[in-house]
Design a protein around this ligand. Structure first.
Ligand SMILES: Cc1cc2nc3c(=O)[nH]c(=O)nc-3n(C[C@H](O)[C@H](O)[C@H](O)COP(=O)(O)O)c2cc1C
Ligand SMILES: [Fe+2]
Ligand SMILES: [Fe+2]
Length: 416
């Protein structure tokens, strides 16, 4: 039988790994899989915090029984209703008919809407408490991190927070669950990808949530995806990362994302990148939008302060992959980027107009005139592309775009 992992005294990890699904939400690739985390708190009352995807009900059942045996579950706390965490709830209710489901007003509406469950529910308010014996559960509503009903549950006696999707990462838990059992850096890019893909639109609600939690002492962050964070430095690091990402703050580095059918636009991209590198930009990531997944491009755009986008004119519009990318960035209210744009056309350019309107709408700092090439490469266009690379390098290396990796102030105190 599975041997349960104790993440803190009397708190056990009973989540599952998904190494089957190709795309999260049907859209975001999962090369390293994903975990759906769930936890049991043993006290006078037995509490399950968050559930899992419906596909994993039977594995989940065995994990629960490895901790509880035949003991009943008194409460299920639902921090987030998205079906990756509630798919197994109907099954849970059938197995544990006495279980009481704890949620806020919006949770309870959704519980009825999704699953027709309206009985045995316990309504909690923002800041409300539920005693479970020696410990209390405190509830903090954190709407739009990542849905309207999302909340976090905190145990003041243990200083453990169940944070829902916040601080979550893609990537299965391959043996180790606690940060002390793994190499945390393995999850860093997957945390940024998760944030940028799933939570990226909600920077302002994340900031509100961080402020709301800023008075709490935290010994462990138990999110619904990825590792459990318990080491003070790691807690500080993930909180700082969330703080920075939700303020659209980024490291010095450059993403060049472009579409190209026959290589003309790509040639401009190469010239710009080469000149940026020649002028000192070491972190440059180039993405051909037709090859790279949008998921990875978003991750890198959230990581780096410099962004240059290129597109051929395509039936008087942007190239499809570029159009989709700018729409995704617009949807996420991306801010605070040094921005350049370029393109190529053969008879009537519209790239400059479309990307110019995008830059204006996003209130980016546009670093140079757009570089637009008609048909083949002419020396003046080539020189303009070099200039764009140089100016971007200057912006990124002159101090304006350089930010420290760890911020001195922390949104959440982490004290043992
Ligand atoms: C399907 C298709 C549609 C195009 N539509 C336009 C257009 O509306 N206006 C224009 O000036 N050029 C248009 N072009 C020409 C391309 O923009 C031009 O050849 C450009 O240099 C291609 O860039 P690439 O080599 O990076 O693919 C079109 C080309 C293709 C294949
Ligand atoms: Fe979610
Ligand atoms: Fe989730």
């Amino acid at each position: 039988m599975h041997k349960p992992i104790e993440v803190a005294k009397d708190i056990y990890y009973v989540g599952v790994n998904d190494r089957t699904k190709e795309n999260f939400e049907g859209h975001w690739p999962l090369p390293l899989g994903v975990s759906y985390n769930s936890y049991i708190i043993e006290d006078e009352k037995t509490v399950l915090v968050d559930a899992v995807d419906i596909c994993y009900s039977s594995v989940f059942s065995r994990r629960i029984r490895s901790v509880l045996g035949d003991k009943p579950i008194d409460y299920l706390v639902i921090n987030h209703m998205e079906p990756d965490h509630t798919g197994a709830v109907e099954w849970l209710v059938s197995q544990y008919p006495g279980i009481k489901i704890v949620g806020n007003k919006r949770t309870i509406e959704m519980l009825n809407g999704f699953y027709g469950i309206a009985d045995n529910v316990v309504l909690v308010e923002d800041g409300g408490e539920l005693s479970i014996g020696k410990n209390r559960l405190q509830f903090f509503l954190t709407p739009m991190v990542h849905w309207p009903e999302t909340m976090m549950t905190y145990i003041p006696e243990k200083k453990v927070i169940f944070s829902g999707d916040a601080f979550g990462a893609f990537g299965t838990l391959d043996g180790g669950v606690l940060d002390t059992q793994i190499l945390p850096e393995r999850y860093r890019d997957e945390m940024i990808r998760y944030y940028s893909n799933i939570v990226g639109k909600f920077g302002s609600p994340v900031q509100t949530a961080l402020k709301k939690l800023s008075g709490l002492e935290i010994n462990a962050i138990c999110s619904t995806h990825g590792p459990v964070w318990t080491v003070p430095e790691n807690i500080a690091d993930v909180v700082n990362l969330y703080d920075r990402l939700s303020r659209y703050d980024a490291d010095s580095g450059l993403v060049i994302a472009y579409g190209s059918m026959y290589g003309n636009t790509e040639e401009l991209a190469e010239i710009i990148a080469s000149e940026a590198a020649r002028n000192g930009v070491k972190r440059i990531v180039m993405h051909n939008v037709s090859k790279s997944s949008q998921s990875d491009i978003l991750r890198d755009v959230f990581k780096y302060k410099g962004l240059i986008i290129g597109s051929p004119t395509y039936n008087s519009k942007l190239y499809p992959g570029v159009e989709s990318l700018v729409s995704a960035l617009d949807n996420r209210f991306l801010k605070n980027r040094f921005f350049g744009y370029f393109g190529s056309f053969s008879w009537s350019d519209t790239t400059a107009r479309h990307l110019g309107a995008f830059a204006e709408g996003m209130q980016f700092e546009v670093i140079t005139e757009p570089v637009i090439m008609k048909q083949g490469m002419l020396s003046d266009v080539e020189e303009k592309a070099r200039e764009m690379g140089r100016v971007m390098a200057h912006k990124l290396t002159s101090g304006a775009g350089v930010v420290p990796t760890i911020y001195p102030t922390q949104a959440i105190n982490n004290k043992k």
